[in-house]
Write a protein that binds this ligand. Structure first.
Ligand code: NAG
Ligand code: NAG
Ligand code: NAG
Length: 294
């Protein structure tokens, strides 16, 4: 090969400048280009999705060098995400993928792509149990809470609750987002012993009206009203009456006859008899003691 190297100092200088320019140009010319900025990819897609197109000339070889959770792959110049990417199972929603671009004779370069996985509402709200039992004392004050039965949902907060019952009389929810069950009116064991409720939860306020996906869940609740000792024993037989909120049972007393100066054997016969009292609280079988006062 013939080498023409009889150059003047000016030519050498010029050559140097050109060489410097060329090498500067070389480092400026990137082997591949990734559009800047993070790319959003929805979770739970049913097919593989394109994350980004990497621009490079055809002789550049692309390789994924850092592949978080093995979720990505290259399809030609396209960085792809595998289908069904699950937001909930990722430790971070921002994943950084590194792609190496190499060409024989050039220094390979590494480019990063930041991928943001978008949370999609793809999980239903869940109650810990299908059925709940609550024991509630009768006569518990109006507006007191008898229980908080919350559902959980890995996607959405807040959740929307609704309480359903054959009679809307006794319980209500604190508010649509707080499933605290409050007493709406006084519970009287004599009137009601068991109340069935259905608690509905939905993860979107008005799911059916919007096009967003939404999920619902249901739990049943049985409330047992417990008889508390709020009434005295009542002599039997007696006549039930109401005095405002209070319930009474009035006995007309007992009557018996003895003949003066005569001794009679056996118990005194009373009408209506015998002397007998029953607790005014229906379901309490507490022992009753008797005493003659006068
Ligand atoms: C999301 O994935 C779950 C399984 O984890 C599946 O049951 C559900 O149908 C998917 N939802 C959507 C919207 O793709
Ligand atoms: C119960 O709460 C409701 C709503 O906060 C209120 O309007 C009502 O007066 C309260 N009732 C009682 C008896 O405290
Ligand atoms: C009281 O005396 C009358 C008349 O002698 C008698 O018929 C009656 O059985 C006596 N009553 C009692 C409770 O002993």
């Amino acid at each position: 090969m013939e080498v023409k190297s009889k150059s003047k100092p000016v030519d050498v200088l010029l050559g140097c400048i050109v060489a410097v320019c060329f090498s500067a140009l070389c480092s400026a010319e990137r082997l591949c280009t990734v559009p800047p900025g993070p790319v959003s990819v929805p979770e739970n897609s049913t097919a593989d999705v394109q994350v980004v197109k990497i621009i490079s000339s055809s002789d550049v070889i692309l390789t994924v060098t850092v592949n978080p959770e093995d979720l990505f792959y290259l399809k030609g110049n396209l960085l792809m995400a595998k289908k069904g990417l699950d937001y909930e199972s990722l430790s971070t929603s921002a994943l950084v993928v590194w792609v190496q671009c190499s060409r024989s004779g050039s220094r390979s370069v590494n480019e990063s792509v930041e991928v943001l996985v978008e949370n999609v509402n793809d999980n239903p709200p869940n109650f810990a149990q299908n059925h709940y039992m609550l024991d509630v004392n009768e006569l518990i004050p109006v507006n007191s809470s008898v229980g908080l039965i919350e559902a959980t949902d890995v996607d959405s907060e807040p959740l929307f609750y609704r309480l359903e019952s054959a009679t809307d009389k006794y319980f209500r929810l604190e508010n649509i987002n707080t499933p605290k069950i409050l007493v709406k009116s006084l519970l009287d064991f004599d009137v009601v012993q068991k109340i069935s409720l259905v608690l509905h939860v939905q993860d979107t306020f008005n799911g059916s009206a919007s096009n967003e996906p939404f999920f619902t869940s249901v739990a049943t609740i049985t409330v047992h009203v417990k008889d508390v000792d709020n009434r005295p024993p009542w002599f039997q037989p007696c006549l039930r009456t109401n005095l405002g909120m209070a319930k009474l049972c009035v006995s007309s007393g007992y009557r018996g006859k003895v003949n003066l100066t005569e001794k009679e054997e056996g118990p005194l016969v009373l009408e209506p008899g015998p002397v007998f009292a029953k607790d005014g609280d229906k379901n309490r079988s507490e022992q009753i003691s008797y005493r003659i006062l006068r």
